[in-house]
Design a protein around this ligand. Structure first.
Ligand SMILES: Nc1ncnc2c1ncn2[C@@H]1O[C@H](COP(=O)(O)OP(=O)(O)OP(=O)(O)O)[C@@H](O)[C@H]1O
Length: 353
């Protein structure tokens, strides 16, 4: 049974449809992530789940209870058993860390409260910080207290809206892993909105991309990256290019990179003109490779360079190489394909034909 289920929900604000026919589900203990460009409706979707927005159509279920939509009365946010952590989290400045965490445990006995606070301080790696005050903590520590406070009443679902976006990249990554560990240890289902794909990949069991109010794909992070169901997902998630080609009689896709073989994803048939998704990891720079190309741009990524290589016909592809084997812009290189499947879209969206 799903812990969270959204069935074709619609949310309208100010006369506009902001969330359009979105369906998704999470099993108990799973973590989901929502990605998508700014303004696509991610926060509005979270607010509808939390009960701050009414749904105009469709329904929301928590465990087997319908909380929004249909014939049910709209269940108020405080009766949904949902915890929330938002970007502009606010700890109570006049309360200690322990009292901040214990704030939502008013019905518990003093003993229970103390034990739960101690357990959460340990979970978020802040043992011994209970007596401190928020201004005595770093941003990352404050965010962990906010997380512990949201987890204290054992919500069945935790919604996180860009909780780490004000923190630096290194801290964000370690916090994302910690939050995942804490949610798993507490067996709490989580739904996270983020702009950061690495964060989504580090945390999520399921991930999705929204675009103009619609959820284009809801899948594992692996599926979203390797088997994007929509050209916009292919474009938005990770690096890559769409290369124009056509499927020949043998089922092979003829492209500027040569005839590409492999299992096809996408519903294109023989003779059709298609756009093939080529990720940087599909191509290896190899002096013995069969295709020649010229490096026209490169970006340093720490452990590797991301190169833009131009093929003789003008089409461009991306490829990576460890940063110790550095190629200059203008160098002639050779490329070898390392594709294990082909993601195809009906032609028409390709910018590098
Ligand atoms: N109360 C409102 N009335 C009318 N339109 C609204 C209202 N709140 C949000 N919107 C619009 O709904 C759209 C989606 O907003 P939302 O905040 O859900 O997007 P988002 O994907 O979370 O964006 P971001 O990543 O920038 O936070 C935006 O175009 C926004 O202007």
């Amino acid at each position: 049974m799903s812990l969270l289920k959204l069935d074709t929900i619609e949310v309208a604000l100010g006369g506009n449809t902001i969330v359009n026919q979105v369906s998704l589900s999470l099993e108990a203990g799973e973590i989901g992530c929502l990605l998508g460009p700014s303004g696509c409706g991610k926060t509005t979707l979270l607010r509808a789940i939390a009960g701050f927005e009414q749904v105009a159509d469709g329904g929301i279920w928590l465990a087997d209870e319908q909380v929004s939509g249909g014939q049910v009365r709209h269940v108020e946010p405080e009766h949904r058993g949902i915890g929330m952590v938002f970007q502009d989290f606010a700890l109570f400045p006049h309360l200690s860390v322990a009292d901040n965490i214990g704030f939502g445990l008013r019905k518990a006995s003093q003993g229970e409260k103390k034990a739960r606070v101690a357990e959460l301080l340990e979970h978020v790696g802040l043992e011994g910080y209970g007596p401190r005050y928020p201004h005595q903590l770093s941003g990352g520590q404050q965010q962990r207290v906010a997380l512990a406070r949201a987890l204290a009443p054992r919500p069945r679902l935790l919604l996180l809206d860009e909780p780490f976006s004000s923190l630096d990249a290194e801290l964000r990554e370690s916090l994302a892993t910690q939050v995942r560990d804490v949610l798993k240890a507490e067996n709490i289902t989580g739904l996270l909105v983020t702009h950061d794909q690495q964060e989504a990949f580090a945390m999520a069991d399921k991930a999705g991309m929204m675009y103009r109010g619609q959820l284009l794909q809801w899948d594992t992070p692996y599926g979203l990256y390797h088997r994007p169901a929509h050209h916009l997902v292919a474009d938005f998630i990770g690096h890559g290019v769409l290369l124009r080609g056509h499927i020949n009689q043998q089922g092979c896709v003829e492209t500027p990179l040569g005839c590409l073989h492999g299992e096809h994803f996408g519903n294109a048939g023989v003779g059709e003109v298609v756009d093939v998704l080529i990720r940087p990891d599909d191509i290896v720079i190899d002096p013995a490779g069969e295709r020649e190309a010229k490096i026209i741009a490169r970006g340093f990524r720490g452990s590797h360079f991301l190169y833009t290589a131009q093929l003789p016909g003008g089409a461009e592809v991306l490829c990576m190489a460890p940063s110790h084997s550095e190629y200059q812009v203008g160098s002639q290189i050779r490329l070898r394909m390392n594709l294990d499947h082909l993601v195809l879209f009906h032609a028409g969206y390709c910018t590098t034909a």
